[in-house]
Write a protein that binds this ligand. Structure first.
Ligand SMILES: Nc1ncnc2c1ncn2[C@@H]1O[C@H](COP(=O)(O)OP(=O)(O)O)[C@@H](O)[C@H]1O
Ligand SMILES: [Mg+2]
Length: 244
């Protein structure tokens, strides 16, 4: 099987700071890849580099074998790269349904989508993430957990081949976390590759096929979750610090 996404020696600098430093990894079809790392490790920056909201300073990113590193975000979305945002940005005055319909209009097959069809797709995705009853509410009336689901539905309405999730479980209780884990598993079972950034170690351990650890912008471990979480460098960089 060939990788759907290849990150090759990608570096991103912000003036003096190296936020992502020479990072390489692949994402395989139907794989759930978890990414963990302390605050400021470069996780969100990495997602922005893949989705195209930021260009890399150097290195290359291939999607289905072709370089996308210089492609604008909207084109990457049309190819099939969907993301959620850690800082949620719903259109507050729009209904939950129309927030997700916007995702449908900008996603794969976007450009020629009609509003009625986009709303149909949005409704299906809202059912899928468990917000089927909230379609007519205004987006800003949703609480924290609802907004996380809304972010997921928006990204899924883009009909991505690769879904990039940035802390979609943050602030959720254990029951809600389990529900989101179920949603992500269902997403994978539909054939979508998923990259999940998460702080909840227990959740990411059970969800991920593979786990990658970022620390100061560098990849310090990449492998099966059990082995990676037992790795001494990972324990020192991340787990030790969090327990302290
Ligand atoms: N737009 C930006 N301009 C300047 N510095 C940034 C920008 N975005 C992120 N950074 C810095 O890059 C580093 C990595 O940030 P980020 O990718 O958000 O980390 P994480 O998501 O792992 O917490 C941090 O030091 C952060 O302050
Ligand atoms: Mg982040």
């Amino acid at each position: 099987m060939s990788a759907i996404l290849e990150i090759k020696n990608v570096t991103r600098r912000f003036s003096g700071l190296v936020a992502v430093n020479d990072v390489s990894f692949d994402l395989q079809p139907k794989e759930i890849l978890g990414i963990i790392g302390p605050n400021g490790a470069g996780k969100t920056t990495l997602i922005s580099l893949i989705s195209g909201t930021l260009p890399p300073s150097s290195g290359d990113i291939l999607f289905e074998g072709k370089s996308i590193a210089n492609m604008p975000a909207y084109q990457r979305a049309r190819l099939g790269i969907g993301r959620t945002f850690q800082i949620m940005r719903p259109f507050p005055g729009l209904s939950v349904l129309d927030n997700v319909a916007v995702g449908a209009l900008f996603g794969r097959g976007g450009g020629n989508a009609e509003l009625a069809r986009a709303r149909e797709l949005a409704r299906a995705q809202l059912d899928f993430v468990g917000l089927g009853k909230n379609v007519d509410q205004r987006a800003d009336e949703l609480g924290g957990p609802g907004r996380k689901r809304l972010e997921l539905a928006k990204a899924l309405a883009m009909q991505p081949k690769v879904l990039l999730c940035d802390e979609v479980m943050a602030g959720l209780n254990l029951v809600e976390i389990d529900e989101v884990i179920d949603v992500i598993r269902k997403v994978r079972n539909e054939g979508i590759s998923v990259l999940v950034i998460e702080h909840v170690i227990k959740a990411i351990k059970s969800l991920s096929d593979r786990l990658l650890v970022l620390h100061h912008g560098e990849k310090i471990a990449d492998g099966d979750p059990e082995t990676v979480l037992a790795n001494q460098a990972v324990v020192e960089a991340y787990l030790g610090k969090r327990r302290a």
